[in-house]
Design a protein. Structure first.
Length: 472
């Protein structure tokens, strides 16, 4: 990180290495929306790139030094955390003396001068950021937002709004959230993850305590007390004199949900702010964990002085964000849903929500572990959580930024699933997963694909396979 992060309009021309990722594409979109000169490269054509091209942003596929064009010392290169040091564009930028920034500094540069609302936590960041954005849009405050997934309402993961508010997903995976200076923050949960970066659970939790120091003393912290780690963090924040708003289902929570009801793909609950009953909210997404996410977004909106009815309208209009319990389609009377869950707690939450959606049908799950380091630590717990399904297909580990380890494969997860052996299968890749699911799923079933890697390709390919079977 540089000692001083410059405002975006002082960065010159900005080139993004890894522009197709959720984080960098959001920053690039905001900069382009503000009229800055933006270019980028990525090694694959991702779903985030079409909306950038619509803004006129030149995007190169593949990495090469010449993609930097005439970039010089007054310009900037923003680099994804997934890029290696020998990336030719990074090497060339350093050779020319071009300013090179990590993703976190790029996001901080577009935040400067705005009232930042940051959403952090081990689980639920993207959904909560999306819900908060949807609620604020319904209040006509036109926020800038940067989300780690596509917001269904807009079809984009970011926009440069004209209002003073900036809603940002604050990622802890690489410590990026320790760069930002939010006026207010939501912390959904604090549970060990990303130990390849943090090293120990103690260090990971200490990072969230350090995050408290980044919040404006005149601002506030919203914490979901259903999570023990977030509840502990709330107590630390309060002891430091920070204003804390607790949300959940407990009697002592400041903003509380009661009378929860789950029907199909919907969730409804009554909201209480202190002793005052505000009314009932009906979400178009299933699951208790999503109720808590919505409650956190609602609480922050209320503390901003925005009206409950408008906030509720935004929450009720929210139909999801990309890869968060996202319906992919139906074929042969088999429904397919895709979700990003890759941690045992997230898996358990999404399987519980999927049960409601499945109704009388069976729940068939395809899960792809993400990262060798995470699978080494949590593989057994992942398998245990998958035991809530009726049938399970486990793919091999999606490597992402790490090298393979023959001792750590998806079989670690499959072997830990507490189901009869004939209801669990380990397969090597996406193609094999599609065939395994096609063989196991039957009319009335719900197929749920889970993971942070390319398992998202399974759903569409399975639907095509089922269509072929129906037509035969």
């Amino acid at each position: 990180m540089p000692d001083v992060v410059l405002p975006a309009d002082e960065l010159g021309r900005v080139h993004f290495v890894g522009i197709g990722g959720a984080g960098l594409s959001a920053i690039a979109r905001i900069m382009a929306g503000r009229g800055l000169s933006v270019t980028g490269s990525d090694d694959q054509d991702t779903p985030f790139l079409p909306s950038l091209r619509e803004l006129g942003v030149p995007v190169h596929l593949g990495y090469a030094a010449e993609h930097l064009g005439d970039l010089g010392p007054d310009d900037t290169v923003v680099v994804t955390t997934a890029a290696r040091e020998d990336n030719p564009e990074v090497v060339e930028a350093r050779r020319r003396g071009v300013r090179v920034l990590p993703r976190s500094a790029g996001l901080q540069s577009v935040m400067l001068g705005r009232r930042v609302l940051a959403v952090a936590g081990t689980h639920g960041k993207t959904t909560t950021t999306s819900l908060l954005t949807s609620a604020l849009l319904a209040c006509d405050v036109d926020p800038t937002y940067a989300v780690g997934g596509v917001l269904t309402a807009t079809g984009r993961n970011a926009d440069a709004g004209s209002g003073e508010l900036f809603v940002a997903e604050a990622d802890e995976s690489d410590g990026a959230f320790l760069v930002y200076t939010p006026w207010a923050a939501i912390v959904t949960s604090v549970e060990a993850d990303h130990l390849d970066v943090w090293g120990t659970e103690e260090a990971y939790r200490a990072g969230f305590v350090q995050f408290l120091d980044r919040i404006d003393p005149a601002g506030l912290l919203v914490c979901c007390t259903a999570d023990a780690g977030a509840a502990e963090l709330a107590a630390v924040a309060e002891a430091r004199g920070l204003r804390v708003v607790r949300v959940g289902e407990a009697d002592g929570d400041d903003v509380r949900a009661s009378d929860l009801a789950f029907e199909g793909s919907t969730s409804s609950f009554t909201v209480h702010d202190g002793e005052t009953g505000l009314g009932r909210v009906r979400l178009q997404i299933p699951g208790r964990h999503y109720v808590h996410d919505a409650l956190a977004a609602l609480a922050l909106g209320l503390r901003l002085g925005l009206p409950f009815d408008r906030l509720r309208a935004g929450l009720e209009a929210f139909t999801g964000s990309g890869r968060r319990m996202e319906p992919k389609g139906e074929a042969a009377d088999i429904r397919v849903v895709d979700s990003y869950a890759h941690h045992p707690v997230e898996i358990a939450g999404d399987l519980a929500a999927a049960r409601s959606v499945a109704g009388d049908g069976r729940l068939v799950v395809a899960f792809q572990p993400h990262l060798v380091s995470r699978t080494r630590v949590f593989g057994a717990a992942m398998g245990e959580a998958l035991g809530a399904a009726d049938e399970v297909v486990v793919l091999d580990v999606y490597l992402a930024r790490e090298d393979a380890d023959p001792e750590v494969t998806g079989r670690l997860v499959a072997d830990a699933v507490p189901l009869p052996a004939d209801r669990v299968v380990f397969v090597p890749d996406v193609a094999a997963a599609v065939e395994a699911l096609a063989a196991r799923a039957r009319p009335g079933d719900l197929v749920l694909t889970l993971g942070a890697g390319n398992v998202t390709e399974v759903g569409p390919r399975l639907l095509a396979r089922l269509e072929e079977r129906s037509d035969a």
